[in-house]
Design a protein around this ligand. Structure first.
Ligand SMILES: [Zn+2]
Length: 93
C-alpha cells in the first residue's frame, strides 16, 4: 500500500499528504489559512507536481470567475475528476 506508507512518511516529516493539501488548497489560495498552515501547504506544493497542477486549476477557475463571472465547465470537470481520483486513493504522493 503505497498510499499508506507515503502518508506515514509524510506525517513523520511533518508534511501534509496530498489529500490534506487539497483540502486546504482553496483556503490557501484565498489567503485564509494561518501562517503555519500556509507554510506547510507551500512546502507540499514545492515538491508535489500533482498538487501543483491542482493549484493551477483552482487559479484558472478563480481567474475565469473574476474576469467573466463564469468558470469554464471543462476546467471544473477536470477538477472534479481529480478530486475523485484522490478520494479513491488512486493518487499517491
Ligand atoms: Zn501532493
Amino acid at each position: 500500500m503505497m498510499t499508506l506508507i507515503s502518508d506515514v512518511m509524510n506525517r513523520l516529516m511533518g508534511r501534509l499528504t496530498c489529500r490534506e493539501t487539497l483540502e486546504l488548497l482553496q483556503q490557501h489560495l484565498d489567503g485564509e489559512l494561518p501562517a503555519d498552515q500556509t507554510r506547510r501547504v507551500a512546502e507540499h506544493l514545492d515538491h508535489c507536481r500533482l498538487c501543483n497542477e491542482e493549484s493551477d486549476i483552482y487559479e484558472q477557475i478563480k481567474q475565469a470567475i473574476m474576469t467573466s463571472g463564469v468558470a469554464d465547465p471543462d476546467v471544473i470537470q477536470r477538477l472534479e475528476r481529480f478530486g475523485e481520483r484522490v478520494g479513491n486513493g488512486e493518487i499517491v504522493d
